[in-house]
Design a protein around this ligand. Sequence first.
Ligand SMILES: Nc1ncnc2c1ncn2[C@@H]1O[C@H](COP(=O)(O)OP(=O)(O)OP(=O)(O)O)[C@@H](O)[C@H]1O
Ligand SMILES: [Mg+2]
Length: 341
Amino acid sequence: MIRFEGVSKVFHSKGREVAAVQDVSLSVKKGEIFGVIGFSGAGKSTLLRLVNLLERPTSGSVIVNDQENHSLSEKDLRKMRQRIGMIFQTFNLFNSRTVFGNVAYPLKLAKVPKQEINRKVTELLHFVGLADKANYFPEQLSGGQKQRVGIARALATSPDILICDEATSALDPETTNDILNLLKKVNKEYNITILLITHEMQVIRNICDRVAVMENGRVIEEGSVFDIFTNPQTKTTKNFISSVLNDKLSPQLFEKLHSNKSSHLYRLIFTGEETSKPLLSNIAKSFQVDVNILYGNISELQEVLFGNLIVELQGEKEEVAKAVTQLKQYVEVREVTSDAS
Ligand SMILES: Nc1ncnc2c1ncn2[C@@H]1O[C@H](COP(=O)(O)OP(=O)(O)OP(=O)(O)O)[C@@H](O)[C@H]1O
Ligand SMILES: [Mg+2]
């Protein structure tokens, strides 16, 4: 649906070169919600703007619906842009137009007949839950309501792709969840492929199917949300995950436990049905070990349960080793060797 093939974008400003996007290859499949996460300046917005050619690649190709977008004629480019809706962190609404007028705007530009505009805008305002606010102006709306208008406007030309630049970053946590649920509904009911960028791992966890992590213009890690959460490879990804799971020991607690020779620390990763087995009480009964749970979290990722525990096993080395061997038959066991692991 969207393919980046070896894409780079270099900006020249004030005699300096900024490589905002460097050799990115990614592919977003039809019907999925794909998230790109990264810190400020990682190149996320630039990557997104390459999709609808608000930026042109310095090298490489961006292929949307099997068409290489930078070789399109002006006319085909206009058509292509109608197939891609975009929403923004700051909503970008026209303050002088009503809610109805904002949503109708792209249809007017596309010279859609008035009756059809009325029908479509009414349908969309119902869809986003703003049917009663058609005659309001943006300044009379809350942030969440403004973003609903932004979403309705992005859907007006019946796009098959929606790209979202930090769509929830200006919103409080509860409103963020409402908007994320609305984006899920857009994805399911209209079968629209969504590419979103964010710096919040919460957003990725809540709605994405797959995720890419960007740093300094490059994609440093990519995979299903489940795989990335259960088996992150890079320090940056681990930090993003910790921001939502809070799954690390404090340096002080780690030092205290680590200096005790009969204390052995392990992280246990459970998935699916393993989350409901009494594994820890079994090892405590079978071996000469005491089990202390230091951290525990079970969350749902893409409808599969994922458990993440840090446990302290106390006992003689041999007994602990036997207990670990037994645990490994059921769950993934990683030794915790630093406060970052
Ligand atoms: N038009 C431009 N001219 C020059 N440099 C630019 C331009 N647009 C972006 N950059 C630079 O490219 C890099 C990536 O910027 P980009 O906006 O894509 O990052 P981002 O990941 O979206 O960050 P944020 O989370 O802050 O929005 C930054 O160093 C930025 O200063
Ligand atoms: Mg940005």
